[in-house]
Design a protein around this ligand. Structure first.
Ligand code: FMN
Length: 364
């Protein structure tokens, strides 16, 4: 059964929910490990005060007993603690009484770079909030929780996934990233950056060249492009390969089937090739500026300044965690396709048998 993931939830609604299907039974989950990833997502030098306001924790509603999966849909919930300030504004039902708290007035000032303008036009909303609440990256919290589950599954077959920021605002040293963030904050501006995710321990042969939709490189690119504000994805040396000759581009094969280099980022012909998988994602500067950009008031049609709402200066460190989760989920999906199994033991046994058949890893 293929792994499936559906999420639901608005940024200031009661909760964020993820339903994971197709997980094998018998996978042990660690609540603290999921919590640690949720905290990593919230930390970061450029994050807004909301992250201190809410410490995300995961609750499980179904599919888990005594810390082990049952082989049935797993339902994860992350509560929006800030919802208490939006009880009227984000009430799922017509609210009773006088408007109070946040979100009581319709938003009519679309932000360039956000979902606001196309969202209200597409869905016929008269309040931009009806679009921005779901378009917001807040629900990446449950994707990170799902990614933690995927990492637990991958760990059972010796695969590890790590994401990290490599550039923020064009700076690649820790100090440079912080200085650039401070300067943007002072100027009431925002920044973007680049993150890298590396997955080690993948055997050759995850994914396939059989169909376009099977290709693991395409699937990882889609998983990363599906994250808010990601505007570019690079596999291995990516764009740089376009500027060199073949003799400088490909990873020569040595006895033992190891590679001298890993310019392909561990992916050839849509399959893992046994080398570490290396992918990068480029994030644009965040669209909510404290010094707002020019826009138009949708109510009057007059020129106006875009919406200002509590927002991050940059979220590149957070993206590294979200991207790690997205890559882990896609690799777990590919691993379940290849090794299958209703019980984790079956999956682990199929993985072991495959490694035996291809004699992997090989010693030269
Ligand atoms: C982890 C994370 C945090 C984000 N935080 C913010 C934020 O605080 N303010 C903001 O304007 N955009 C933020 N974004 C980006 C917007 O959600 C995104 O730009 C918007 O939904 C429009 O989608 P697009 O950039 O993919 O076109 C964040 C994105 C991520 C991945």
């Amino acid at each position: 059964m293929p792994l499936g993931l559906v999420t639901s939830g608005e940024s200031h609604g009661p909760a964020l929910v993820a339903i994971l299907t197709g997980l094998p039974a018998g996978l042990t989950l660690d609540k603290d490990a999921i919590g640690a990833d949720l905290r990593r997502r919230q930390q970061g030098y450029g994050r807004s005060p909301r992250q201190q306001l809410e410490t995300d924790i995961v609750d499980v509603l179904a599919g888990l007993r005594h810390g082990r999966t049952l082989g049935t849909p797993l339902t994860l919930v992350v509560w929006n603690r800030d919802h208490k300030n939006w009880l009227w504004g984000m009430n799922p039902w017509p609210p009773e009484g006088e408007p109070t708290g946040k979100g009581t007035k319709a938003v009519t000032l679309p932000r360039p770079g956000h979902a606001d303008l196309a969202g209200v036009l597409k869905f016929g909303h008269d309040d931009v909030r009806n679009s921005l609440e779901r378009a917001s990256a807040r629900h990446t919290a449950v994707h990170v929780a799902a990614g933690a589950v995927a990492k637990a599954l991958l760990a059972a077959i010796g695969v590890e996934v790590h994401g990290r920021p490599v550039e923020i605002g064009g700076e690649s040293t820790d100090e440079g990233m912080r200085t650039a963030t401070d300067a943007a904050r002072t100027d009431r501006d925002t920044l973007g950056g680049i993150v890298e995710v590396v997955a080690s321990g993948c055997p050759p042969g995850l994914g396939s060249y059989a169909e376009k939709s099977d290709r693991l490189d395409a699937r990882l690119a889609a998983a990363l492009m599906g994250i808010q504000a990601v505007k570019g994805v690079e596999i291995g040396d990516g764009f740089a390969l376009a500027r060199v000759r073949g003799s400088q581009a490909h990873d020569e094969i040595e006895p033992g089937l190891a590679r001298r280099t890993n310019r392909a980022g561990g992916l050839e012909a849509g399959m893992s090739n046994g080398e570490p998988i290396v992918v990068r994602a480029a994030m644009k500067p965040l669209p909510t500026l404290m010094k707002p950009l020019d826009s138009v008031d949708l109510e009057t049609g007059e020129a106006a300044q875009a919406l200002v709402e509590r927002s991050d200066v940059q979220a590149v460190e957070a993206l590294a965690v979200v991207a790690e989760a997205a890559v882990a989920w896609e690799l777990a999906r590919a691993a379940c396709e290849k090794f299958g199994g209703d019980a984790l033991e079956d999956l682990v046994a199929a993985h072991r048998a495959y490694l035996e058949r291809i004699a992997w890893p090989r010693t030269p």
